[in-house]
Design a protein. Structure first.
Lengths: 151, 752
């Protein structure tokens, strides 16, 4: 099937099969491997993207469902070569270890701050509890979100 | 000069006595304390790459014409293949090659655990590969699996000779005691669950196998795969620039790598073989379950007179026996110690190293037992530990290269003192308490490890070594060390790693060995470069080398002269300065260990059995700290994994069939950000004066070791319940509370 979608502001077209996930299409067909595949079953959040400004696990969205829609991936957060404040904050606070979870966290945290400029700790916990990180112990991810919120 | 020495080599607590070629390490250590770059909190040199999605992991490698492999794995814990239709698989759409039990050593027709590889296929897509395998229609004769570790010990189904340690006279030690405590502890099977699953992409370029893999051990994989395919070692080129976590599970090549290499050979095309999350949770390794029957005996003043333990490790079908008795043998001064360790061979997936294998399990048992002993002695648990401080290694009386455990205890005091105030905050069903535990572990690293540094006319340095960064920040730490020695800003140093064809040998990133092994090699290489730069400057400015130094990006002389580094390196034009460094030997006759103590605060709902960890203070002694920011992140990561180990994580196996029930991240519960307590990290940060030119030990593993025991001890402090089995589920805790109440009733009923 043919799908047309906007990814990070650019129009894209791809030939996909019916059962294919948006994550697969982004990674394997559109050359955007930033969104990670760590479970492919909606359990880890490492594939988080924005679909029409809504945070979704792209492994749970069919590529055909994104037909005609607007997708933002981790590759699309920086603007004019300037890092998104959440990306900058993750790097600055040391919230990145292996980094495999980081693209998903960055997208989810950017989405949180978009809707809630000054989240409480409990709101951060709530918003990011669908993203798993096995390395950092999350403490510095808190720091990163607080730092980004303060900017 | 290269020197041949006979030495003890240690990885994850496993020792081998071997010949090894080392080079002298003649540099003096830097003075203690933070320096210009080393010891300063430093953000990762590759943090932005990772945060923007630009970092290329093995999972992201795309090669032209790449095929995808899927592996047919045994659905039974023990079975014999009766029929398998590989021809049907071969005829399926998109299939390019099929291999079965006769084609590769890692494939079998008599699987001995669930997930044991049977056949594999390479196809145009992963979906096509999977669909093709459906057609194999295997028929099985299902056999009775051996699943119970105690039964395995009785039947002598063991993966290693029972390991015995007997020092002093255990029975006399018991007889001399005023108090003896005995208890049985159990720890569960745990899964690593790194976010990037195990995977490789293999591609033959002529006779050379180019192998992209998510690994902790570039050189080990190179040798293992080369041997399997009968190639010279450099006939395999291993590449791992970014990898998504391992925690010990990615130390070996794995069946997926051999499958991908063989399918690539047969098809002449690149082949990816990546485990799915479900496969990851079955076959990629695990921290084996243990049963520990422990005894501690002491005089009324708390002096230990005997320690004893019988340890049964449920290793699965393959693996090795971790040093579960290690903490009992080493953590405290005790003349009479008797331990025996059994490694049960079972029809369960093989274990793999998992962050301080053996010591995590053994410390849980020992440190809970110590608190039970303290309660019987009516002694303060921290004081009991102090009184039994070991000044040297109890197993062979070797002195430690450095040991600041007493300093850790001193710093733990402020956190320990909070317990009165914490207990007082108990409210209704929520009881609060504080517990502590001590930590000992290896982490000294060792030779060999090498680094090269080149400096060109622009004065920028490139550190080249074929090591991997498993997420711990080794690129950053190596850049810091080189920048410090060269006296240049961190931004002027690049670190090129992750390719066995483009750099010298580096140590495995396991056993907390990367920084203590690679760091000194990088510093030596930088010192070599520095010497050459000063030689050139001395000639150019007609000065003696000894009055020159490199500082702040300048060549400076004792009489106040200063020239920018570029002014000197500019003379090079196309010439380069090439520096080489090697990790020197560890001191002979001494023991290198890391130490620490943690204090945990918990709240327990005695009605529902819910446990919340509210605060953990971690104090560790690992020598000089290169990057305090990276170090505290290691500590936090270790503690959160340990909280998972303590409270929520457990691989569940069907006791009748031996099949793994927890194959997803919904079923196997790793902690989330919602579970994070306040974590306070303190590092003693005193260089180990006997250890290398750096004085640093490793920090990857120490923080995960004492946490579970500290939590269990805090639960006892809060509720009086002895929790002796991990994970401490609500059910487990409610049983322990009931047992405590029962004991109290019996105690009250007994005549005085
Ligand atoms: S890959 Fe989508 S949630 Fe894990
Ligand atoms: S940094 Fe490795 S999983 Fe989060």
């Amino acid at each position: 099937m043919n799908v047309r979608l906007t990814v990070n502001g650019e129009p894209h077209e791809a030939e996909v099969w019916e059962g294919e996930s948006l994550l697969f299409a982004l990674r394997e067909r559109l050359g955007l491997p930033g969104s990670k595949n760590a479970c492919e079953q909606g359990e880890c959040g490492s594939c988080s993207v924005l679909l029409d400004d809504r945070l979704v696990c792209s492994c749970l969205v069919l590529a055909v469902q994104a037909d005609g829609h607007d997708v933002v991936t981790v590759e699309g957060l920086a603007e004019d070569g300037r890092l998104h404040r959440v990306q900058e904050a993750f790097a600055a606070t040391g919230a990145v270890q292996c980094g495999f979870c980081t693209p998903g966290f960055v997208v989810a945290a950017a989405d949180l701050l978009e809707h809630n400029a000054d989240p409480s700790d409990d709101e951060i916990r709530e918003a990011l509890s669908g993203n798993l990180c096995r390395c950092t112990g999350y403490a510095k991810i808190f720091d990163a979100v607080r730092l980004a919120a303060s900017q | 000069m290269a020197r041949l020495i006979r030495t003890e080599k240690e990885v994850e607590g496993r020792f081998t006595e071997q010949w090894i070629v080392v080079e002298e390490d003649a540099l003096d250590q830097w003075p203690a304390g933070p320096r210009t770059v080393v010891g300063q909190p430093t953000r990762r040199v590759d943090g932005v790459e990772r945060a923007t999605g630009a970092a290329v992991y093995t999972a992201d490698v795309q090669l032209p014409g790449m095929l995808h492999a899927a592996v047919l794995r045994s659905p039974h814990a023990r079975a014999r293949l009766v029929r398998l239709d590989l021809d049907a698989v071969r005829a399926a759409p998109g299939v390019r090659a099929v291999i079965g039990p006769d084609d590769l050593d890692v494939l079998t027709s008599e699987p001995c655990y669930e997930g044991h590889g049977v056949a594999a296929v390479a196809a145009d897509s992963f979906e096509a590969a999977r669909a093709a395998l459906e057609l194999a229609a295997p028929e099985w004769e299902v056999l009775e699996p051996l699943l119970d570790p105690e039964e395995a010990v009785r039947r002598e189904s063991l993966l290693a000779e029972p390991r015995r340690h007997d020092r002093g006279d255990f029975d006399r030690g018991l007889a001399a005691a005023d108090v003896v405590v005995q208890a049985e502890y159990r720890t569960q099977t745990l899964l690593h669950n790194p976010l990037e699953t195990h995977q490789s992409v293999c591609h033959w370029e002529g006779d050379t196998l180019v192998l992209y893999t998510s690994t902790q051990n570039i050189w080990g994989v190179r040798d293992e795969v080369a041997d399997a395919f009968g190639l010279p070692h450099d006939g395999v080129r291993v590449i791992c620039r970014f990898m998504g976590g391992g925690f010990g599970a990615k130390n070996d090549a794995g069946d997926y790598t051999l499958v991908a290499a063989e399918l690539a050979r047969r098809t002449g095309r690149p082949v990816r073989c990546a485990l799915t999350r479900r496969e990851e949770n079955v076959v990629s390794g695990n921290r084996n379950a243990t049963i520990q029957r422990l005894t501690a005996a002491a005089r009324s003043d708390g002096t230990l007179t005997a320690l004893g333990g019988e340890f049964v490790s449920a290793l699965g079908w393959d693996g090795w026996l971790g040093p579960t008795a290690g903490p009992m043998q080493m953590l405290y001064a005790c003349a009479n110690v008797r331990t025996v360790e059994y490694g049960a061979k079972l029809n369960l997936p093989p274990m793999a190293a998992f962050r301080a294998p053996g010591f995590v399990e053994g410390t849980f048992g020992l440190e809970c037992l110590l608190d039970e002993l303290a309660a019987r002695l009516e002694l303060d648990p921290l004081e009991l530990r102090r009184r039994n401080h070991a000044d040297s290694d109890g197993t062979d009386d070797r002195p430690y290269t450095s040991k600041n455990l007493m300093e850790c205890y001193r710093r733990a005091e402020t956190h320990w003192e909070r317990r009165h105030e914490v207990r007082a905050r108990s409210e209704g069903p929520w009881k609060r308490g504080v517990g502590m535990a001590s930590q000992i572990w290896y982490g000294g690293g060792g030779p060999p490890s090498y680094a090269w540094i080149r400096v060109g006319s622009d004065g920028r340095a490139v550190v080249v070594t074929a090591m991997q960064d498993i997420g711990t920040g080794t690129r950053t730490a190596m850049a810091q060390i080189a920048a410090e020695e060269l006296g240049v800003p961190l931004e002027h140093v690049r670190v090129e790693i992750g390719d066995s064809a483009r750099g010298p040998y580096s140590v495995i990133s396991g056993g907390s060995s990367t920084t203590p092994s690679m760091g000194p090699a990088v510093r030596s290489a930088a010192a070599d470069v520095k010497r050459q730069i000063l030689e050139i400057a001395a000639q150019r400015f007609h000065l003696e080398e000894r009055v020159l130094d490199l500082k702040g990006g300048n060549v400076v002389s004792a009489d106040g002269g200063s020239w920018s580094l570029e002014e000197v390196t500019g003379l090079l034009e196309d010439a380069q300065i090439l520096g080489k460094g090697a990790r020197g030997p560890n001191p002979t006759g001494m023991r290198v260990m890391t130490f620490g103590a943690q204090v945990a605060e918990v709240a327990v709902d005695v009605e529902t059995g819910e446990v919340r960890v509210e605060r953990v203070a971690a104090i560790h002694d690992v020598g000089r700290i290169v990057n305090p920011l990276g170090a505290s992140s290691q500590v936090e990561g270790g503690i959160i994994q340990a909280i998972g180990h303590a409270l929520s994580e457990e691989r569940l196996d069907d006791p009748a069939t031996g099949l793994v029930l927890t194959q997803t991240l919904d079923a196997y519960k790793v902690p989330t950000i919602a579970d994070v307590p306040e974590i306070v990290t303190e590092l003693v940060d005193v260089p180990d004066e006997h250890l290398t030119n750096l004085g640093s030990k490793g920090l990857g593993e120490p923080p995960i070791i004492p946490t579970a025991a500290a939590i269990a001890n805090a639960i006892r402090d809060a509720t009086g319940a002895d929790v002796r089995s991990l994970p401490i589920t609500r059910e487990e805790l409610l049983h322990a509370l009931e047992a405590a109440r029962e004991q109290e009733r019996r105690g009250a009923a007994a005549p005085a």
